[in-house]
Design a protein around this ligand. Structure first.
Ligand SMILES: [Zn+2]
Length: 264
């Protein structure tokens, strides 16, 4: 599909597990990029008067596992629609007692432990080394944090996510190892998504939603065993909260960017 004639959007949302719709859809597009099709059709509509493009990371029916997500096609498709800001929601496991199920984390660093993923746009004739010291947009993070404070959401202003390949979960030893390194949360999709956005000069915000404690924390006397029902309940409540957080954030995003994300 050629995107010349469709609506454009400056803000993109990549919805993770559980977050399948947010915008009142005005147009749905099915782009094909040079990297193939994105995970799902992209819905374009308005939030707070701004045009927003919404993409489901795992597909409309949650059929794409983390290691099969077409990360490059997703970022390219959003860039082709004019997106300069991406807000993403991500289910994360906790590696620390004080990052509790239901808490939000405004991720500020990632550590990549994935392998075999197409993780760059610069693998052709031109050699480009993109700065990745601070992969997350400081401006979007501060808008997110101030809105989380105003809404009294349990949240953490910082957090390093270690990204594992999946789809399997960690062993106890892997989980303990990650916790010992000082990483706070664990996930399977933040890499290469955040890195590819930075390569494109797009501002990127990763909102982590803690769903449970990782396996390495089991057996800790402060961690009570949780049932699947409890996890599901906490997670569904968090999804509604993240939706309203994103809804309140979007009208506060200025059209002009004053951060350094575009200077990759
Ligand atoms: Zn930025």
């Amino acid at each position: 599909m050629i995107l010349d004639d469709c609506m454009k959007a400056q803000i993109g949302i990549i919805g993770g597990t559980g977050l399948y719709s947010l915008v009142e859809v005005e147009e749905e597009v099915n782009p094909v990029t040079k990297y193939g099709k994105p995970s799902s059709p992209i819905s374009i509509g308005k939030i707070g008067g701004k045009d927003v493009a919404f993409l489901s990371r795992h597909g409309k029916n949650h059929t794409i596992p983390p290691h099969k997500v077409p990360y490059r096609a997703n970022i390219q498709a959003l860039a082709d629609l004019g997106v300069e800001r991406i807000i993403s929601s991500n289910a994360v496991g906790s590696l620390r007692i004080d990052y509790k199920p239901g808490d939000f984390v405004f991720i500020d660093q990632f550590v990549n432990m994935t392998h075999g993923r197409d993780d760059t746009f610069f693998d052709e004739s031109k050699v480009v080394h993109t700065g990745m010291a601070d992969p997350y947009c400081s401006n979007l993070r501060s808008i997110g944090i101030s809105n989380a404070k105003n809404a009294h959401l349990p949240h953490h202003e910082k957090g390093t996510v270690v990204v594992v390949n999946g789809p399997r979960f960690s062993t106890r030893s892997e989980s303990k190892f990650f916790a010992k390194q000082g990483f706070e949360i664990i996930n399977m999709t933040q890499y290469p998504e955040a890195a590819l956005a930075r390569e494109k000069g797009i501002c990127y915000l990763g909102i982590g939603i803690v769903t449970d404690y990782d396996v390495g924390l089991e057996g800790d006397e402060n961690v009570k065993p949780v049932t699947f029902e409890e996890v599901s309940k906490v997670f569904s409540a968090s999804i509604d909260k993240v939706k309203s957080l994103i809804n309140t954030m979007i009208p506060q995003i200025n059209d002009e960017r004053n951060c350094s994300c575009k200077n990759r």
